[in-house]
Design a protein around this ligand. Structure first.
Ligand SMILES: NC(=O)c1ccc[n+]([C@@H]2O[C@H](COP(=O)([O-])OP(=O)(O)OC[C@H]3O[C@@H](n4cnc5c(N)ncnc54)[C@H](O)[C@@H]3O)[C@@H](O)[C@H]2O)c1
Length: 293
């Protein structure tokens, strides 16, 4: 898809961070925007920031972990526009850093419910209708280098959810490429430096029924705390402006790249290192690696 003007874009997790930056970039190019987010107040503010609500920009309170909620979102979008050209399955959350045996069942249920099933629900609710409409379309699923490229061991819940997103998106992209439809799919890896988004405080959206069974010790995670830990661990990364990240993503969609990531070359080096170690029958990640604790 070369031109976004007049196209309908649905962005889950669009009320904050990366999703909102994508919405702003697309709106500036004349796309019609539907923001879908579980956080009603933030959603209202985000829609207002985009000049809505209007016929071309509106929000739908959506919980991507719930099949019926995403189905209702799709109904709303197709009723309003009769089409969806760009679907961003972007909503995501993470669990506290922990050894895997100290994670809790609710950590897994919540994070995999949003990150993995959220994408599955998006694909199942939208892709058949996008194919049926006969129009050009693109599905973009947000993964993470943490899991999609190489996992941080103390982020096993999040990393395994993003590994699932990467694999299911590769399958989707391959199947669409082999089909007669005018649809394509891409994997988006947000990168380029530290990303100052709301994910560090994602617990704000954790439902009571999936509350953590054992309280987390210490101060709650924040972007500032993570940036400090990263620096101390030797990763003195710049802050990646979100508008530039979104611009890079839109370029990747225009160029029909199945994998979109700033600094992809570095990720490829990491993957080669992993492959070399696997070929020798070794563990592909360093036992000591991890900077979240
Ligand atoms: N921030 C990073 O460093 C980073 C790096 C790699 C990948 N990612 C991925 O980028 C995506 C966007 O995250 P972000 O960093 O912008 O965080 P963010 O918290 O700023 O945005 C995530 C949005 O998802 C919404 N959300 C949470 N649960 C939801 C649910 N059940 N249904 C619908 N919406 C829900 C939140 O309300 C929020 O608006 C996520 O998939 C995340 O895993 C982030």
């Amino acid at each position: 898809m070369k031109d976004f003007k007049g196209r309908v874009a649905v962005i889950t997790g669009g009320a904050s961070g990366i999703g909102l930056a994508i919405a702003e970039a697309l709106r500036a190019e004349g796309a019609k925007i539907v923001l879908a987010d579980v956080e009603a107040e933030a959603l209202e503010a985000a829609v207002a920031g985009l000049g809505g609500p209007s016929e071309e920009v509106f929000g739908v309170v959506t919980d991507v972990s719930k099949e019926e909620s995403v189905a209702a979102l799709a109904d709303r979008v197709f009723e309003a526009f009769g089409a969806c050209h760009l679907l961003f399955n972007n909503a995501g959350v993470g669990a506290p850093s922990a050894s895997i045996w100290e994670t809790t069942i609710n950590d897994w249920k919540w994070v995999h419910g949003v990150n993995v099933m959220g994408v599955v629900h998006g694909v199942l609710a939208f892709v058949p209708r996008m194919i049926k409409s006969g129009e050009e379309g693109h599905v973009i699923n947000t993964s993470s280098g943490d899991g999609g490229i190489s996992p941080l061991p103390d982020q096993s819940v999040y990393a395994s959810s993003k590994a699932a997103v990467s694999i299911l998106t590769e399958c989707l992209a391959a199947q669409l490429a082999a089909s007669d439809s005018k649809l394509a799919a891409s994997l988006f890896y947000p990168a380029g430096g530290l990303l100052d988004t709301g994910i560090w405080t994602c617990d704000r959206n954790r439902p009571d029924e999936l509350a953590r069974e054992t309280p987390v010790e210490g101060e709650p995670q924040t972007f500032e705390k993570f940036a400090k830990l990263a620096k101390e661990a030797g990763f003195d990364l710049p802050i990646q402006p979100l508008d530039q990240l979104a611009a890079h993503l839109l370029d990747g969609i225009r160029e029909e790249k199945p994998i979109i990531m700033i600094g992809l070359e570095g990720a490829v080096e990491t993957l080669r290192g992993r492959a070399d170690r696997v070929a020798k029958g070794q563990l592909p990640i360093e036992p000591s690696r991890g900077l979240m604790n």
